[in-house]
Ligand binder design. Structure first.
Ligand code: NDP
Ligand code: MG
Length: 404
């Protein structure tokens, strides 16, 4: 049967990798059909993708709907155009769709990802921020609506692959301890500043911060990798996804990015997934699961591998990782606050208002201010968004007061 796929965030880095796999797969089989796409700023690129994949529907920002519809018409393409957040939600819950690739960056991806869960879709999750902000609500929606959540974040995909099949089939119901899962090990590359000093980090410009040693990714996640906030977000993502307390999730720096993560079992076994650092592998895995398809990734040459290193992270230099652990222990208000503050702080860094090392300080001060307000844990997405907005405004005030 053909799997109808919607790619939300089709114009981004994950969108590129996903569509490149689908292009190859479509050339040789009818297993996959690109049903809908979304873009935000890169609308020329989205138009090219419409020409290439002929989707039935497309989502763009509300103000761009009329112009984009005209451009499609001029190109002789018959595509339904929807706009804004409600348009993204409409695509996520479209009854024609089997699979939603959630690849929008940041909090903007939450409403459509949650809508896909509520509509019982098969979700290929890249948008880790959705779990960081609303992990409990997301997992509840997955359970209640028999949705399937397949992680494409490489570490989580690696862990998924190393878990026993019954847990893979339904990781929301089975207690991990029954299968002897003792710990998860998330690997981290350490980013471009692993072997640099804190002073080097403080002096870094954007080009240096986004220059990731192993992975080619979007701007925000690349900066998050430089501060190791990315690994902090992934720690929270893993705790929700695999229903484990954060204390059972270790982070280890593995600069070669060959082992993508590991599962430790009670009998002493450590299972790992290895591969070239290319997002096409986890995406292809999730697209075809439980089958396997060609991802176009060059296989690892084990004979060419030099030493594999494992290093304990320095939580003073990479304070964002410590903040993530603390936030996970505090609860949802703190994880929403951390994610929101981080988005504000990363933007301030891109706008050259603050230094790379200020990101952790802004995040921490925002969390301290929020802790004094003793907010209640949210039980609905509107409350999640209200807390997110409050955290953003606190973080913006901190940036304005201290750094501008
Ligand atoms: P990119 O910045 O490359 O792409 C982001 C996508 O989201 C683009 O399609 C962009 O549209 C769209 N977008 C941005 N803002 C909005 C908005 N306000 N409303 C609707 N759409 C929006 O990011 P990545 O592909 O790198 O990352 C996507 C997600 O995947 C993130 O959550 C990231 O953490 C996660 N991820 C990424 C990995 C990677 O290797 N890149 C690895 C693991 C996880 P446009 O470009 O048209 O403006
Ligand atoms: Mg990752």
């Amino acid at each position: 049967m053909t799997q109808r796929i919607t790619v939300l965030g089709a114009t981004g880095s994950i969108g590129d990798s996903t569509l490149s796999i689908l292009e190859t797969a479509q050339a040789s089989s009818t297993e996959f059909e690109v049903y809908a796409l979304s873009g935000h700023r890169q609308l020329d690129k989205l138009l090219d993708l419409c020409q290439k994949f002929a989707p039935k529907r497309v989502a763009v920002p509300t103000e761009a709907v009329a112009t984009f519809a005209q451009r499609l018409k001029a190109a002789n393409l018959s595509v339904d155009v929807v706009g804004g957040e409600s348009g993204l939600i409409e695509l996520a819950e479209d009854p024609q769709v089997d699979t939603v690739v959630a690849a929008i960056v940041g909090a903007a991806g939450l409403p459509s990802t949650l809508a896909a869960a509520k509509a019982g879709k098969r979700i290929l999750l890249a948008n880790k921020e959705a779990l960081v902000m609303a992990g409990h609500l997301m997992m509840q929606a997955v359970r209640d609506n028999h949705a399937t959540l397949l992680p494409i974040d490489s570490e989580h995909n690696a862990i998924f692959q190393c878990l026993p099949e019954p847990i893979q089939q339904d990781n929301t119901k089975i207690h991990q301890s029954e299968y002897g899962v003792r710990k998860l090990w998330l690997t981290a590359s350490g980013g471009p500043f692993l072997h640099k000093t804190y002073a080097d980090m403080a002096a870094a410009n954007i080009a240096e911060a986004v220059k990731h040693p192993n992975w080619s990714m979007g701007q925000k996640i690349s900066i998050d990798s430089a501060t190791m906030m990315n690994k902090g977000l992934e720690l929270i993502e893993a705790a929700h996804l695999f229903d484990l307390p954060e204390a059972k999730i270790e982070v280890v720096i593995h600069p070669q990015s060959i082992i993508h993560s590991l599962v430790e079992y009670s009998d002493g076994s450590l299972l790992a997934q290895l591969g070239s650092p290319d997002m096409k592998t986890p995406i292809a895995h999730a697209l075809a699961y439980p089958k396997r398809i060609d991802s176009g990734v060059v296989p690892l040459d084990l004979f060419a591998l030099a030493d594999l290193e494992f290093i304990r992270p320095d939580l003073n230099k990479f304070a964002c990782l410590r903040l993530a652990r603390d936030a996970m222990q505090s609860g949802m208000v703190a994880t929403i606050g951390l994610n929101a503050a981080n988005e504000v702080a990363v933007k301030a860094f891109i706008d050259e208002q603050v230094k790379l090392t200020d990101i952790a300080l802004i995040n921490e001060q925002t969390l301290d201010t929020m802790a004094q307000q003793a907010l209640q844990a949210p039980s609905h997405i509107d409350e999640v968004i209200a807390i997110d907005q409050r955290a953003r405004s606190i973080a913006k005030q901190i940036v304005a007061k201290r750094y501008c």
